[in-house]
Design a binder for this molecule. Structure first.
Ligand SMILES: [Zn+2]
Length: 249
């Protein structure tokens, strides 16, 4: 038995910004996590433990040994048995909170697959490591008027933006064209420190929680952090009236 939900979430409900009403909103929410690598492991951990009603996780890969320093849900056994990341994460997280529906999807997200993945969801959160997938997420979310949270990390730095289509900029107001791969290296090429991931992913999960509980409290700029220099800045991003994604809204 999973116990009394009020007991489980009692310390979270005590937070004034959450309260009973916020907890009820969390338990009614349906969130899609695209990518379950380093960011996704931390984001999904927060959301499932916080009691978000449904967390659907998509990833096509199996964990590898060089993932384990930062992808905190996976073990050497998952690597040895080639358990897909989405399934391994769902199994671990269901054990942490059986009151939440954790749905693994082993597959790729693109223009064709995203609408079906996200059809019955309230919002999306970015656990990917590439801009082509983020552009697909952004364009879909803008078309649907669906909030989503962007986040990325490299080495010791990270950035995040919270997008509420029609109310502030979207990702393509910030990054209009797909960056060339050499201008957006991933962890395989440039490396990443796990503590960077932990902080940035926690910011993303916090933004998801705010979008559900009190959207006005969301981050309305671009957050930039560096875990080595220990700096965190938030800069304003103007909405681009000619944005190829949200310009017509
Ligand atoms: Zn835009």
């Amino acid at each position: 038995m999973s116990g009394d939900p009020l007991e489980r979430y009692s310390r979270q409900i005590l937070v004034p910004q959450i309260g009973r009403a916020g907890q009820e909103r969390l338990s009614a929410a349906r969130v899609g996590l695209v990518g379950c690598g380093a960011l996704g492991c931390v984001i999904s951990t927060h959301l499932v433990r916080a009691g978000v009603g449904l967390v659907r996780i998509v990833d096509k890969d199996c964990p590898e040994i060089h993932n384990l320093h930062r992808q905190i849900l996976f073990t050497e056994d998952h690597v040895a048995r080639r358990i897909p990341k989405a399934e391994a994460a769902a199994a671990v997280l269901s054990g942490a909170n059986s009151q939440v529906a954790v749905e693994p999807v082993v597959g790729v997200i693109d223009e064709k697959t995203l609408p079906r993945f996200a059809e019955d969801l309230d919002l999306l959160v970015d656990g990917t490591d590439n801009f082509p997938t983020r552009f697909v997420m952004n364009d879909y979310a803008v078309r649907r008027g669906m909030p989503w949270v962007y986040g990325g990390v490299i080495r010791t730095s990270g950035m995040s933006m919270t997008i509420l289509p029609g109310d502030g900029p979207c990702l393509r107001c910030l990054v209009r064209e797909l960056p060339r791969p050499e201008h957006s290296p991933n962890a395989d090429v440039a490396g990443v420190l796990s503590t960077t991931v932990a902080v940035l992913a926690s910011i993303e999960a916090g933004e998801v929680i705010k979008l559900i509980v009190d959207p006005d409290a969301r981050n309305k700029g671009l957050v930039l952090l560096d875990i080595w220099d220990l700096t965190l800045d938030r800069i304003e991003v103007p909405r681009d009236p000619d944005c190829p994604s949200c310009g017509g809204l």
